[in-house]
Design a protein. Sequence first.
Length: 158
Amino acid sequence: MSDPFDPANLLCREGVQTGLSARGMPDLMQAMAAPLARDSGVAQSLIAEAFVQRERVGSTAFGGGSVLPHARIAGLRRPTAAFATLAAPIDLDALDRRPVDIVYALISPEGAGADHLKALAAISRFLRDKGLLEKLRGADSADAVLAMMAAKSRNYAA
């Protein structure tokens, strides 16, 4: 049985973008909300605003060029995620002051306290893997990203 909190399992193919162009935080949050809205049926504007509100509490860019915007959304049935590499890095006030070029966005049901935290922990482990990040930066397709994530998941399970 696969781990429901495995970052590779949370992603759907339509939620993976490479070479995404974003001019700043609000633009990035809108772009990441689009595939999540299609997958979940929740309005894109609601998801993007939830991400922006969370970023106002504190940046989810934790270093290494990656960011993990996340929110709990009313009416959502299950956690779902989107991933993107950016065409050009943007400044999101990361702890290490490095601009961001890897984005993994997560939305979870409003009442998914522990499950939301488990998913965030699993994703952050992925995003702290410098070797994986470099490979992801070189990915030129959603299929390549998904294959890298699946391979990394198998390594964690072993």
